[in-house]
Design a protein around this ligand. Structure first.
Ligand code: AMP
Length: 225
């Protein structure tokens, strides 16, 4: 067995803070799976599974799926063998109940929680311009908010679309959920000494550099800054 420390991370941040972009880069560098609960739920809706049918209305309204269902889903996902070297959790936990359940699931190696901080006005701007690739799921920013011209993914050339829940009303609801349900997680992880706060307003490459430094210093046994 390798002695390389496991890289297990929780990315916390409001919608539009850059969690997806940073998660892809972290997972590429460390060869660990990106576990996005939003992606898992959207895939279930698309495939029309029993789970998808149950959560479809909640997702399009920007409302949170119940804690028990989310905890079962993440317990099953973290139990798979591909998480042996670590994982990046994106979008979970989102409530204190979920965080307490996760503490129990990963008690042996508590994950490093990273918070991406971005002001709300900027989040609304980013989310209304956000597009997602229909094939490889890469996120990008639309050149024109109102143009009808189809835009293509810079990575694989497939069509970019707007996510169903990236409309102004739903965005406001999701931001409010973040403020009331998810922001309290900052104090939860701060109390455990496993939290780092990252300024998400800087350029994505600078944010990545900061995150890699934080991960490396933690792997090398330094205290979380
Ligand atoms: P995301 O892609 O992380 O923005 O998630 C999209 C949607 O999936 C959210 O607005 C919620 O409806 C649902 N969702 C994802 N993760 C969770 C979670 N941990 N708890 C409750 N609902 C979630």
């Amino acid at each position: 067995m390798s002695n390389t420390p496991k890289v297990s991370l929780i990315l916390i941040g409001p919608p539009g803070s850059g969690k997806g972009t940073q998660a892809t880069r972290i997972c590429e560098r460390f060869g660990i799976p990106w576990i996005s609960t939003g992606d898992i739920l959207r895939a279930a809706v698309k495939a029309g599974t029993a789970l998808g049918v149950q959560v479809q209305t909640l997702l399009s309204a920007g409302a949170l799926v119940g804690d028990d269902m989310m905890i079962d889903l993440v317990r099953e996902r973290l139990g798979r063998t591909d998480t042996a070297a670590g994982f990046v959790l994106d979008g979970f936990p989102r409530t204190l109940v979920q965080a307490a359940a996760l503490d129990g699931l990963v008690a042996a190696v508590p994950p490093h929680a990273l918070v991406l901080e971005v002001p709300e006005a900027e989040l609304e701007r980013r989310l209304t311009a956000r597009r997602i690739c229909t094939k490889c799921k890469t996120l990008s920013t639309s050149r024109s908010l109102y143009g009808s011209e189809a835009e293509l993914c810079s990575k694989c050339g497939s069509i970019l679309i707007t996510r169903d829940d990236d409309n102004v009303l739903t965005i406001r609801h999701r931001l409010e959920n973040y403020r009331t349900q998810t922001a309290p997680l900052v104090a939860h992880y701060q109390a455990r000494g496993t939290l780092s706060i990252v300024d998400g307003m800087r350029a994505p490459d600078d944010v990545t550099t900061t995150i890699f430094k934080l991960i490396d210093s933690r792997r090398n046994g330094c205290a979380t800054p």
